[in-house]
Each structure stands twice: as structure tokens, then as C-alpha cells.
Design a protein around this ligand. Structure first.
Ligand SMILES: Nc1ncnc2c1ncn2[C@@H]1O[C@H](COP(=O)(O)OP(=O)(O)O)[C@@H](O)[C@H]1O
Ligand SMILES: [Mg+2]
Length: 313
């Protein structure tokens, strides 16, 4: 069953006379109870997609397409309705907790505010709920009066998880939740998110550039390149039988730490190459690649791939 369905999503920024096509025709479904990974190199449009889903984009942006969550198109909603959905139905853990947390508010107050705003709770009740949330993410509730700078990177990430899950949303979007953490802390955060998401029967869109993290957590993975999805498959298929040459490169260049960029530069999102956007860096170019933009094609085992190599002749 589909929980969220994105159809032909286009997110274009107007920046200094240029149009940056950060998301350019995204089709993606997040199913109930699934952990869906979104991977791809820096700048390909992952965070923008996550932000578009919760309506957190700047004003210089043009958005087209549909983002349907439980029969409502998020793109048609008023700011007021959107603010209610954000947190309650769809939680988000933004990239970089140090920037996302308010430095002048205690950690406890930042969580309490969520309950006060969304559930009209009194101060005392909100504080009790906050303590429970902190405990759930492995932080001693006594630390609720402390400020973000008193917390380590891993602890800040736990606070972000508590905030993302405070209202028990059906869908959580976690944007690079393990970035910058040491390996032991990373493992703990991965385990914590998985446990919470599975126990609460939630769905998770996990944005990561770390294939190791995706392997541990995800059911399916969508690979993004230059504002487009170029492959979607189960994590097993991505690892054992990657189809798109870009996905293959990601796997081949996989150090223990995460993804290394493929040879060559990421394309400009304001003037991407014609045809397949990956063709200038691709090892397998055929005649069509520089000329025609490939569509997604379904191959085997439910894998979909945007590549002419898999087109029937
Ligand atoms: N407010 C903005 N104005 C113009 N361009 C933007 C803005 N925000 C993001 N972008 C551009 O959109 C592209 C995708 O960004 P992002 O989604 O953050 O990438 P990722 O998360 O995959 O690293 C980048 O090229 C970035 O420069
Ligand atoms: Mg990002």
C-alpha cells in the first residue's frame, strides 16, 4: 500500500538569472511500513526532495507535479494546513542538527514547543511528554534543561530524532542522519532509528550518501542523479545486480566509509547535458544516449532503471 506518492515533481530555483532544476520529474512512491533509501552524490537534489515533501522550500522556487499523502496533495495545501501536517503526519530530521536546532532554547523547550503548538498541551504535560521522548532516544531526561552546544554530535542527532518522532507521524524523513558521526555512534543511531520506525509501524525516507547505512536499514533504494531518479530497486537487487552504470560505479567505488564520486564532475543542474544526463561520465554509452532523454523502464524483480541499455529492441 502506498503512503506517499510523488508524481512528476519539478522543483526549479531561479538563481541569478539561471534556472536550477533541482528536482526534474521525480516519480516516487513510499509504501506503508517501508524504509526507502534515497542515495546519490552531493548536489543531486536529495534534500530538496525531502524538503518539498514537507513544504519547506524557499520563496524563489517553482514547484510542479503532485505529492499525494493519504489522498491530499501537499502542494495544494494552505501554509496553515501544511504546518499541521508537518510533524504530525510527516516528521523530518533535517540535515545538520547543529544548524537545525535553536542554539538559544534548551533542548527540552524545543521538544515541548512541538506539543504545545500541535496538541495545545499545558506546560507540565508537555514536559512529561518531552521527558518520555528523551528517554526513548536514550537521553537522560534530566538533561532537558541543557542547550544544544552542551550535546555531542550523536546526542544532538538523538534530539533531532526525538523531535521528528514527537507527534508519532506516519512518515519520517531523515536527511543524512548519520553524517559526521564516528562509526560507533553511527551504528547506534542507525539501530535507534530502525527500532523506532519498525516498532511504530512507520515509513521512513532515508536520505543518505552512505551505502553501508542504506544496506543496514533499507527495504528499497532510489538512486538519484542530477535531479532525477535513475534506478529504484530492493536493496538486495541494488547490491547484487545494480543495473544503471551510475549505480554500478557507486558500488564499485565503495570504500568502507561511504560513496566516492564517479570519475568526472556532477553535471550542472541549470544546463545539464542533453540526452541521458549521465552520458558524459558513462562507460557504456550507445548511440541514443547523447541524443534522447531515457525514460524509466521496468526490468526484472521490480527494478526500474532509466537507461537505454535495458530497452527492448
Ligand atoms: N535556495 C536555493 N536556490 C538555488 N539553488 C538551490 C537552493 N537550494 C538548493 N539549490 C540547489 O539545488 C541542488 C540540489 O541541492 P540538494 O537537494 O541540497 O542536494 P543534495 O541534498 O543531494 O546534496 C544543488 O545544486 C543546490 O545548489
Ligand atoms: Mg542534502
Amino acid at each position: 500500500m502506498s503512503l506517499l506518492k510523488i508524481q512528476d515533481l519539478k522543483v526549479y530555483f531561479n538563481a541569478r538569472g539561471k534556472t536550477v532544476k533541482a528536482n526534474n520529474g521525480i516519480d516516487l512512491e513510499i509504501r506503508e511500513n517501508e524504509i526507502l533509501g534515497l542515495i546519490g552524490e552531493t548536489g543531486c537534489g536529495k534534500s530538496i526532495l525531502g524538503r518539498a515533501i514537507v513544504g519547506l522550500l524557499s520563496d524563489n522556487v517553482e514547484i510542479r507535479g503532485k505529492i499525494v499523502y493519504k489522498n491530499e496533495d501537499i502542494l495544494d495545501l494552505s501554509e496553515d494546513r501544511l504546518r499541521k501536517i508537518r510533524g504530525k503526519d510527516i516528521g523530518i530530521i533535517l540535515q545538520n542538527p547543529s544548524a537545525a536546532l535553536n542554539p538559544v532554547l534548551s533542548v527540552g523547550n524545543q521538544i515541548s514547543e512541538i506539543y504545545r503548538y500541535h496538541e495545545n498541551m499545558g506546560k507540565k504535560e508537555a514536559r512529561i511528554r518531552t521527558a518520555k521522548m528523551l528517554e526513548m532516544v536514550g537521553i537522560d531526561p534530566k538533561r532537558m534543561h541543557e542547550y544544544p552546544h552542551q550535546f555531542s554530535g550523536g546526542m544532538k542527532q538523538r534530539v533531532m530524532i526525538a523531535m521528528g518522532l514527537a507527534l508519532n507521524p506516519g512518515l519520517l524523513i531523515a536527511d543524512e542522519p548519520t553524517k559526521g558521526l564516528d562509526p560507533t555512534t553511527k551504528d547506534k543511531i542507525v539501530d535507534l532509528i530502525c527500532e523506532l520506525v519498525i516498532n511504530r509501524n512507520m515509513s521512513l525516507l532515508l536520505i543518505t550518501h552512505d551505502l553501508g547505512v542504506a544496506e543496514k536499514m533499507c527495504d528499497r533504494v532510489a538512486v538519484m542523479y542530477a535531479g532525477e531518479i535513475i534506478e529504484i530497486a530492493t536493496i538486495e537487487n541494488i547490491l547484487s545486480n545494480p543495473q544503471h552504470p551510475y549505480t554500478q560505479d557507486l558500488l564499485n567505488s565503495r570504500p568502507k566509509k561511504g560513496l566516492k564520486p564517479t570519475a568526472g564532475e556532477s553535471p550542472s543542474l541549470s544546463s545539464p547535458p542533453a540526452g541521458c544526463k549521465f552520458h558524459p561520465r558513462c562507460r557504456c554509452v550507445i548511440g541514443e544516449c547523447p541524443k534522447t532523454h531515457p525514460q524509466m523502464i521496468e526490468t526484472e524483480n521490480g527494478t526500474s532503471v532509466r537507461c537505454f541499455l535495458y530497452e527492448d529492441n
